[in-house]
Design a protein around this ligand. Structure first.
Ligand code: OOB
Length: 544
């Protein structure tokens, strides 16, 4: 059976409801309530094609109603999937809530994704439509979406924000639509992945709204807060930790930054009076550097979240003084669990840990790191490093239509194997000390080794490929592809990189380094030893 959504056991769901975590509200209903409470206040500020839009909660609500009606009139039915690939444009807001009101499930692609990824999302989800923009950052997203629509039979519509078709959609007369089931799936988020192509993550209204509501509280958001979406808003971190959704939940103003660079973000921080934003560690480092020479007034900025990848101690210590902010570390995953350092935690905790879970009902187990199938009772001694397993009121119990993968990614008692190595302090805070999964964390952007290996193996000159992380001062990690050529062939690094790019993949997945070798080191059972490759690479990089 291929379940779209692995439900929580009924008794567990009842417990989460009784505790008040799951409140039976949908995102569409949330926006209705927000428009009633904060109608004339500004909800959305954003730029597209050089024009700035500024919409109140009432306008945001009206646009979402119209788009929902337009989508339904175009034939979108409740439960159908719609791939959304939007950069940080203001329309992201009403499109998202329009889909929710229509009962459709957004499938969140990132702006960096290209044909191969979009096609995979559309195929995997049997999407009925794609919503995207035209040319953005020199890439023609509309053309890519149309090419994907031509390849994937289920895709009936491509809506391009900024086109006449989208204007028609947005001009549809608003009407009330049936509210979907709050315990049902609201959208599909992307996993960072470690085996092959990204898996899709079904999140429900009930579970996601709980994490959003608590994130807004933990990050002390109020109607006077101003949240800057510096990272691409479709990613789970800027979407909900506390993200744009947390900000709206609090009745705050969301400012979409078209790009994450310091100059763009600082201009918006000054102009809009931004109080809080979230960045990945390399971006925090770049902002810290630019802050020393910026002419922009950053005095409104109060809280800077740093997460998505490990924020080292040195960087953590510099953030506060350089930017005049309170640092909040965040360690989360699209599958669920999100940990924050709290605003009143002692400095030692804020600087040295990645926080503690949102919920008292988040269950965390640190288990034997040497056994990839360790269960929830194979605990390491308290304070020792181990593999992190988690289960709770907003952590999924299974990926979308992936029964075989689910059997490995979850324990029989429903814990998600995060693939992260952590140490838990006596106070319950987690320190991320490493990773067991075959994934490269390139400054917060996740690269599944196997996905890139599969692309490399498609090259006629490549016999075998192994992709590993190489430590990097700026990004934390970069990707290195080790390649064994077929007999007599001599593929070059530039040719292989060009080949991968030509296959239509996100630029962040193109290997930073390529090493052509005669053979791979092997483990005792004859498997490629990535551990040895990593060690050899670290030595090589050190010499250079
Ligand atoms: C966030 O979500 P994903 O799904 O892109 O990536 C999750 C993975 C984690 O399993 C971990 O390996 C890594 O990203 N990670 C961190 C980290 N935050 C995420 N590793 C070390 N230190 C951290 N602070 O990246 C994400 C989702 C919600 C909120 C924040 C990040």
């Amino acid at each position: 059976m291929t379940l779209d959504h692995t439900p929580w056991p009924a008794s567990v769901a009842a417990r989460y409801r009784a505790a008040g975590h799951w409140r039976g509200q949908t995102f569409g209903a949330l926006l209705t309530a927000l428009a009633e409470a904060h109608g004339p206040r500004v909800a959305v500020v954003g730029e597209r094609d050089g024009t700035t839009s500024r919409w109140t909660y009432a306008e945001f609500d009206d646009r979402a109603h119209r788009i929902a009606a337009g989508l339904v009139d175009s034939g979108i039915r409740p439960g159908e999937r719609v791939v959304v690939q939007l950069p940080n444009v203001p329309e992201f807001a009403p499109v998202l809530f329009g889909l929710w009101r229509a009962g459709a499930w957004p499938v969140f692609a990132l702006p960096a994704h290209r044909h191969s990824e979009l096609r995979h999302f559309a195929e995997q989800s049997e999407a009925a439509a794609i919503i995207t923009v035209g040319v953005h950052e020199r890439h023609d997203h509309a053309a890519t979406a149309r090419a994907v629509a031509a390849d994937v039979a289920s895709v009936r519509h491509v809506h391009v924000v900024g086109s006449a078709d989208f204007d028609d959609l947005s001009a549809t007369a608003p009407r009330e639509l049936p509210d979907p089931d709050p315990s049902g799936v609201a959208f599909l988020q992307l996993s960072g992945g470690s085996t092959g192509l990204p898996k899709l993550i079904p999140r429900t209204h009930d579970d996601y709204l709980y994490s959003v509501r608590e994130s807004a509280r933990i990050c002390a958001l109020t109607p006077d807060s101003v949240y800057l979406a510096a990272l691409p808003a479709a990613h789970n971190y800027p979407l909900s930790s506390p993200g744009v959704l947390g900000a709206w939940h609090a009745g705050a103003k969301v400012v979409f930054s078209p790009r994450p660079d310091a100059d763009t973000a600082f201009r918006l921080i000054e102009r809009e009076g931004v109080t809080i934003t979230g960045v990945v560690p390399p971006l925090a480092a770049a902002w810290v550097q630019t802050a020393a020479r910026t002419g922009h007034d950053l005095s409104t900025l109060d809280v800077l979240l740093v997460g998505g990848a490990k924020c080292g101690r040195e960087l953590a210590e510099r953030v506060g003084p350089a930017l005049g902010v309170r640092l909040q570390q965040v360690f989360g995953m699209a599958e669920g669990l999100v940990c924050y350092t709290r605003l009143d935690d002692p400095a030692e905790v804020v600087l040295g840990t990645q926080g503690r879970p949102i919920s008292p009902d988040d269950e965390v187990r640190v288990v034997d790191p040497d056994n990839p199938l360790a269960g929830s009772d194979d605990l390491v001694a308290p304070g020792e490093p181990g593999a992190l397993l988690t289960r709770g009121p907003y952590t999924i119990r299974g990926y979308y239509r992936a029964p075989e993968h689910n059997a490995l990614a979850f324990t029989p008692d429903g814990f998600y194997r995060t693939g992260d190595l952590v140490r838990q302090t006596e106070s319950g805070h987690l320190e991320v000390v490493g990773r067991a999964k075959e994934q490269i964390n390139r400054g917060g952007e996740k690269v599944a080794a196997e996905e890139v290996e599969d692309h490399l193996m498609a090259h006629p000159d490549v016999l075998d490929a192994a992709v590993v992380a190489v430590p990097d001062d700026y990004l934390g990690e970069r990707t290195c592809a080790y390649v064994v050529p077929v007999a007599g062939a001599a593929p070059t690094a530039p040719a292989l990189r060009r080949f991968i790019r030509g296959r239509g993949v996100a630029a962040f997945k193109v290997p930073d380094l390529v090493q052509v070798v005669e053979a791979f080191p092997v483990t005792g059972v004859g498997k490629t030893s990535k551990r040895e490759l990593r060690v050899a690479l670290a030595a090589l990089v050190k010499e250079a």
